[in-house]
Design a protein around this ligand. Structure first.
Ligand SMILES: [Zn+2]
Length: 105
């Protein structure tokens, strides 16, 4: 079976791609996204971002997780855990999403 998505070039930054049952894709990418905060300074969060091209469902997986210490909470960057969670979400979504690609012609 040959589909258009197998031969098409991946968008820049996409690290993994899952073919949905509807024939579209769920794309995974790393990104740094800015979030405004109440103090006006804002913060940038490092994410693995999963988005379905077909139905626009999306999920963010932070690269940072909180580690409880004796006297304080620490944050460590855990890219592997974020990617693993994102891949699981993408796989599960791709298995059930029936949104179809919009015809280009
Ligand atoms: Zn979808």
């Amino acid at each position: 079976m040959t589909t258009q998505t197998e031969t098409a070039t991946w968008p820049e930054g996409v690290i993994a791609r899952y073919l949905t049952v509807g024939g579209d894709t769920v794309d995974l990418a790393h990104m740094d996204r800015y979030y405004p905060t109440e103090d006006g300074i804002g913060e940038t969060r490092n994410l693995t971002f999963a988005t379905c091209v077909g139905c626009h469902a999306a999920e963010e997986f932070s690269h940072w997780r909180v580690v409880k210490r004796m006297t304080f909470d620490d944050e460590v960057r855990d890219l592997g855990a974020a990617d693993t969670a994102a891949r699981a979400w993408a796989q599960a979504h791709a298995e059930k999403c029936r949104a179809m690609p919009k015809p280009t012609a």
